[in-house]
Design a protein. Structure first.
Length: 336
């Protein structure tokens, strides 16, 4: 290892010695070159006869020089500049000086300085120095901050009560106008009390009559229609029937025998009739006299079905499928 390190050190010394000797030789060579030819000329053969001391200096203006010459923004034509015998004007010629009347000087004063502008003849520059003037600034006036002390004496402020203004909103009300319903001529067989003379309404047909029935909500029977008495004289054979009343706009079913739904607003509620049957509301069902109104009448309370009011129409309908293809009406009575 020591032999290798010694060899590397020897080479380093050799390289440094060569560099130092080379640098000294360069300095010596430069000095010798300057001693042999200290001045020299280069013949360019441009044949130019321009004298810069006479051509440009002689044409230099003697008067006022404008701050900005527009011609300096345009590059010169170097071809003409290098051509012998050609004179190139690079400056903008000054216009002839004309004398103009000078208006009165105007003085503008400001808070800090005074500027005086005076007119002069054309192309004449007059320098007027900027003369600052000292102006005393007004001393700010001290303003006391608003007091935050609460006064010891309270002040009563009476608030004016707000008066509510009623707003009327009109709501359109739909009024149903009753329609005049054509009625059938009351058959002569139908009176107000039973007499044994009956009107036969065919099965599937209807009969509309005029009446004056008032629903007042008293809970009592309001209407009675009478069936034909049975031959034995001990009741009736009740036919299928639908009884409706109307006010000219709406129809309400107040009795329906044949739908097997108990008519609890009448004396024909099958839950209270004797001799239960299946189905309960059969056609031609035998109803005893004790269950009827005045021996042959079916009494109906319309207040349990319809809203209070006056009803001017009553309609009887004989459903299809009746055993004898008809129903019988002896009389129709409106109870007070």
């Amino acid at each position: 290892m020591k032999a290798v390190d010694r060899e590397r050190l020897d080479w380093t010394i050799v390289v440094i010695t060569i560099l130092v000797i080379g640098f000294i030789l360069l300095l010596v060579a430069g000095q010798l070159a300057l001693r042999f030819a200290p001045r020299w000329e280069l013949n360019t053969s441009m044949n130019s006869h321009i004298d810069p001391n006479s051509t440009f200096v002689a044409s230099k203006p003697n008067g006022f020089i404008e701050p900005v010459d527009a011609s300096i923004l345009t590059p010169p034509d170097w071809d003409d500049f290098l051509t012998p015998g050609v004179t190139v004007i690079t400056g903008t010629p000054f216009p002839p000086t004309t004398s103009t009347a000078s208006p009165e000087a105007t003085t503008v004063s400001s808070a800090t300085s005074t500027v005086t502008i005076a007119a002069s003849p054309t192309n004449t520059f007059v320098f007027i120095p900027w003369t600052p003037t000292s102006t005393r600034k007004p001393k700010p006036t001290k303003t006391d901050a608003p007091s935050t002390d609460i006064p010891s004496t309270p002040t009563l402020i009476t608030a004016t009560p707000l008066t509510p203004t009623p707003t009327v909103t009109l709501t359109p009300t739909v009024t149903q106008t009753p329609v005049v319903i054509p009625t059938d001529t009351t058959p002569p067989e139908i009176g107000t009390t039973p007499d044994g003379v009956v009107y036969l309404l065919p099965s599937g047909g209807s009969l509309t009559l005029g009446t004056n029935l008032v629903a007042n909500g008293d809970g009592n029977f309001d209407l009675v229609y009478y069936e034909r008495q049975s031959p034995a004289g001990n009741g009736i054979f009740l036919d299928w029937v639908i009884v409706e009343i109307g006010d000219g706009t709406n129809w309400y079913t107040v009795f329906y025998w044949g739908d097997n739904i108990a008519d609890t607003n009448s004396n024909m509620d099958f839950n209270r009739l004797p001799n239960p049957q299946i189905p309960e509301e059969t056609d031609q069902r035998d109803i005893p006299t004790a269950s009827l109104y005045n021996g042959t009448g079916i009494a109906i309370d319309v207040d349990a079905i319809v809203p209070p009011g006056t009803y001017s129409y009553i309609r009887f309908t004989a459903p299809s499928g009746d055993a004898d293809n008809q129903m019988e009406i002896d009389a129709v009575e409106v109870l007070p």
